[in-house]
Design a protein around this ligand. Structure first.
Ligand SMILES: Nc1ncnc2c1ncn2[C@@H]1O[C@H](COP(=O)(O)OP(=O)(O)OP(=O)(O)O)[C@@H](O)[C@H]1O
Length: 249
């Protein structure tokens, strides 16, 4: 993915100001930066939650800058949210099945007649959800209502729902926030497996440098809506411009 000269304004606030960044196939890229740097806005712009003010978001040769939000999954892009977005009253399995929405449910008449095409779609959805349940070790919670689950498990379910869309590119917004150190270590293993076993490219906005150092190939530090520094986790963390940005100097 190539993001070029991207901008996003809220009233008079320039949340993203001429942002350029590349995401390489197969990498784990971490986006860090002080509060208000524009990290979440960048994820929201790329995944089309917010309309951009200008620029291009090129993925596999197509500019997604004006694609409607509900079509973004069809391009092979999935995401999780800073404040988990699940259907709390539904079970884990039902939430995962909702992730399969992009593969369709057949025509209405096919659903009423329960044609073989509809049965095949449902079977494929269930098989994929079961595979994700196994991959993320969620089988104990399969039939639990999301609202009844501990916070850490809900975060994993949200990750699972994103994986059910079988994305090529996965965006995670602060995946470690609210997790304890043990859950964060577990998350690091899963991110590694998502990249290595499933071959999915991962971009995560994250403040937890233990997670960033454990899994990221490359780090981008944002400040004031643009890229301030780029490199390995160690390079970026020791960059004087990054240190100054965090200190607010
Ligand atoms: N929905 C919104 N309406 C108005 N202003 C917004 C909105 N979302 C973000 N902003 C503003 O855009 C700027 C960038 O915010 P953003 O949330 O993208 O930063 P961030 O780097 O993700 O910060 P944090 O680490 O605190 O989550 C901030 O000045 C913020 O106040």
């Amino acid at each position: 993915m190539q993001v070029r000269d991207l901008s996003l304004t809220f009233g008079g606030v320039r949340a993203i100001a001429g942002l350029n960044l590349d995401v390489h196939v197969g990498e784990v890229l971490a986006i860090i930066g002080p509060n208000g740097a524009g990290k979440t806005s960048t994820l929201n712009a790329i995944t089309r939650v917010f309309d951009v003010s200008g620029g291009a978001i090129v993925f596999k040769g197509q500019d997604l800058a004006h694609v409607p939000r509900q079509r973004i999954a069809q391009y092979g892009i999935a995401r999780t949210f800073q404040n988990i977005e699940l259907f709390d009253a539904a079970t884990v399995m039902d939430n995962l099945l909702l992730g399969r929405h992009r593969f369709g449910h057949g025509q209405w008449w096919q659903q009423i007649l329960r044609t073989p095409a509809v049965t095949r779609l449902e079977e494929a959805a269930r098989a994929e959800a079961e595979a994700v349940i196994e991959f993320l070790d969620l089988s104990a919670w399969r039939h639990a209502v999301v609202a009844s689950l501990p916070y850490g498990v809900r975060k994993v379910v949200e990750l699972g729902r994103a994986l059910c869309t079988q994305p090529e590119l996965l965006f995670l917004d602060e995946p470690a926030s609210g997790l304890n150190p043990e859950e964060t270590r577990e998350l690091a293993f899963w991110i590694d497996d998502i990249r290595c076993d499933l071959g999915i490219t991962v971009v995560m906005v994250e403040h937890d440098m233990s997670l960033v150092s454990a899994v990221a190939d490359r780090v981008i530090c944002m400040a004031q809506g643009a890229v301030l520094s780029e490199g390995t986790p160690a390079q970026v963390q020791s960059d004087p411009a990054v240190i100054a940005a965090y200190l607010g100097t």
